[in-house]
Design a protein around this ligand. Structure first.
Ligand SMILES: [Mn+2]
Length: 196
């Protein structure tokens, strides 16, 4: 398989982002979004998905974290889509159930070309570090539409808000790793329609 790396740069009045992801990496990452807790989440995603990830994000954090987190999701989704190319010879579906102490998170992914987010997570605090908890959903929503993936995320059991957020990001990494993995028995695009 060719080098599955995707890069994306995006600049608006609100954010300036440069991001690169290699789907066949080993989890090495260099992430700076200006929000330490969000960096910690993206590190968990990359590390446990075995993706090499570089992300340099300069956002209008003096406003709040909204644009920074949402736009990072948009750019990450675009980079994933670009790394995947025509999606020939990959497993397409992936899912993972990730425990973190009292928390149990589920993530299921279909790299279907049809964006959809089903997100069920109830946080009980408004903020974790510098990250507004309502932005966790916005991040995954942005990834789902910009990568055109069907993404289901669910907290089946929770308690500690840090664990809940982290379990979602790690479960997403594991599920996406499974979905992007090569399937040697399948040479073409795995769809009855012939394209994804
Ligand atoms: Mn943590």
């Amino acid at each position: 398989m060719m080098d599955r790396t995707g890069s994306c740069k995006r600049k608006t009045k609100e954010t300036e982002i440069s991001l690169k992801i290699c789907l066949d990496g080993n989890g090495r990452n260099r992430i700076d979004t200006g929000i330490a807790f969000f960096d910690h989440m993206l590190d968990g995603f990359a590390r446990h998905g075995l993706f090499d990830l570089e992300a340099e994000v300069k956002g209008d954090l003096d406003v709040d974290c909204h644009h920074t987190v949402e736009d990072t999701g948009i750019v990450l989704g675009q980079a994933i889509a670009s790394a995947l190319g025509d999606k020939a010879g990959i497993k397409r579906y992936g899912s993972f159930m990730l425990p973190m102490d009292e928390t149990l998170a589920l993530c299921a992914v279909d790299l279907s070309g049809r964006p959809y987010l089903n997100y069920q997570a109830e946080f009980t605090v408004e903020k974790i570090g510098g990250l507004d908890t309502e932005m966790v959903k916005e991040f995954f929503y942005a990834v789902s539409y910009s990568a055109a993936m069907n993404l289901h995320l669910k907290i089946l059991d929770g308690g500690n808000n840090h664990h809940m957020a982290e379990a979602l990001f790690k479960a997403f990494g594991k599920a996406l790793d499974a979905a992007t993995m090569e399937e040697p028995r399948m040479k073409e695009v795995w769809s009855t329609k012939g394209s994804l």
